[in-house]
Design a protein around this ligand. Sequence first.
Ligand SMILES: [Zn+2]
Length: 230
Amino acid sequence: MLRGALLAIALIATLTASCGIIKSPRDLSGPAEDGGASSASSPCDQSGDDFAGDVGLARCLTEWFWSRQFQQSGQTYRPITRFVAYQGENGPDCGGQPAVPNNAFYCPAGHFVAFDETWLRAMYDQMGDGAVYVIIPHELGHAVQDQLVNDFRFNIQRELQADCYAGAALSGLVQAKYLRTEEGDSDELLTSLAEAGDPTDAWFAPDAHGTPAQRQNFFATGFDQGAAVC
Ligand SMILES: [Zn+2]
């Protein structure tokens, strides 16, 4: 909890920071042999050079991460069936529930992820590409939950676990050298979570996501300790 609080304080100081996440190109030769700053050839075709590229890359890399995680525990990850960009009111419905503007969501009924493109792009422009690398992995975290045996008493547990999964996926991709973070990136990532956090500490509300500090704390835990602790 302390760590979350400290991160939140650091965050306030750097709200305007917007540093880039460095992505590995597709055509580099093989993983680097020694540590350092070198990158590995990406398993994904997307460039990550612009908004559309980053959104596609965030999805592809995160699913790559989970495929490998599932494989390591003798399971098979089931990729999402669709990845839908919508504008405002015209999103796909989920089991009869209409999509709402300014949102991204995972739909268990169709096993797909959808996002309001205008909303996500505004965050990308405002906060940098880190926004995409938090929000998309968070939604895919719900797709992962759907494939594991999970028994949540409250929705907030589901949401905070998805944040933890997002942190784990991000750090796994950094370890695999498919992504690199620059100074200030963790702040950028945490800003995205803070923006997405519910304004109140309403633990029992059906749609509760957690306070910014809670969300940052769970994200940081996943990032530091990996998916197993989530
Ligand atoms: Zn969520």
